[in-house]
Design a protein around this ligand. Sequence first.
Ligand code: ADA
Length: 557
Amino acid sequence: FDVSGRKPGVRRNFWEDRPTTDDGPLVEYEWETSDEIAVPGDWNTQSPELFHYEGPAYYRRDIDGPPADGRRRFLVFEAVNYRSRVWLNGEPIAEHEGGFTPFEIEVTDRLRPGSNSLVVRADSRPGPETLPALDFDWKNHGGITRSVWLVDTPATFVRDAFVRLEGGRIVADVELDGPGAAGSMVRLAVPELGLRLDGVASREGRVRLSASPPRRLRLWSPEAPRLYDITAEIDGDRWSDRVGFRTLQTRGREILLNGRPRFLKGIAMHEERLGADGGRIRTEAEARALLTEVKALGCDFVRLAHYPHGEATLRLADEMGLIVWSEIPVYWEDVAYAAPATLALGRQMMAEMIVRDRNRCSIAFWSVANETPQTPERLGFLRTIIDDVRRLDPTRLVTAALNKNVDVGGVRDGEARLVVADELGRDLDVVAMNQYEGWHGQRTPAEIDQVTFGTTWDKPLLMSEFGADALHGHRGPRESRWTEEHQAWLYEETLKAIAASGAFAGVTPWLLKDFRSPRRWHGRFQRGWNRKGVIDEHGRRKLAFDTLKAFYARVAA
Ligand code: ADA
């Protein structure tokens, strides 16, 4: 079984081909119109009539009969936003909630010879207990936004392997699936390292293999993003992936990659492609175009806000040498922190994200939340998810973007010292602050030099957001809000204050590219776009792009 391109021979994406009139996907609206919608892709940017549509839609297509004798077949959905229900030949076979993480359904025994009718209902409406909840600052792109796969496997197959450097050793947890799993001999190989390990799977079909790293192992880093092909085999099946090895720790206020402290030069981004429609990324090329801009800034770090991005982006980050912050959409005030169903959902999303991405060595941070209220319910909610993260993946750092920062006063009158004092800091490995000095709030960029930043927690601190809106091409005096000059000035002053504070282990300004957001309604400058990008939707660079790039060029990693 494979959701990620590790078995090119056995899987095909049956919705990826552009639809034809005869066998393409069909959307049937509740008011009985129908249309063709390409998968993967959000429906909003495929039809002008659907641009604002939030609600249910039905996708339909036929799929072929059962797999060959003794084989199994799975349907894998990479992402359906937001709630999905799946029927095969009229029978409901699955439901899933959450717009950004994968789910699978085994259909082996449900397929009949010849043609089978598959129907998917995608409902994009958020609600009081969804994640995110009703209020969020991005466009809610609906539909089957990522690929769908049909995957054929042998009766017993290698489901997954979690491969990493842990405690000074290469460790692989291999998981088999099927009636012959228990007692199977598992062989793991990293040919370029001459590494071969084997072991017998337990009754549950699992085995942990480990070895000390061969001398010729080269660690992954942004400067040298070395990856290795790795295979795990049993009789009759072979799983493969391409992984890197690195270590990650904190020491006091420092973040260490491969034992060395570094200042992480980052930028945040949404999963929206370049182009005027602002649709959700569908292809590797679209993901690469954005990450290429990230690299052009001189970044070694990217914050993938505010939900799990597509797998292609993570694989490219491995390949291109970008350290990654990944997040689940526990976002803002109105999440139902006291609702058991919402907590279950947050835990499920985190688990789905980690299981999908734990072999991506680029990922350094699992973020549990962004800008959440300081209530006991929220603390309990996030602590439960953090416990899960530590159990599922002990090799990464846990963080959250916190914005209830406290002004504890500067040394001189009029000065401010803004610190993260959030109680959640106790539970995190790394604390992170969102702080919009000079944009939201009283101060202007001219007054940012009165501010220093810090945290009451003796832990590494990241500046996870700062920024200002600017309309590309709108020029004028730097004092004039919405101009490129104003945004660049704010960047300059904030970056100076960040450097002077000496408190940070890294920074991810908000953000790479302007993004669609219906709640941003300023009639002249926004019109449905959040304009805090350092590039606009067409990829045109604003002045702040160069300001940030120049700063990163001066700062040693
Ligand atoms: C918040 C939020 C971001 C972003 C920002 C803004 O801080 O974390 O998602 O939308 O506001 O642009 O104001």
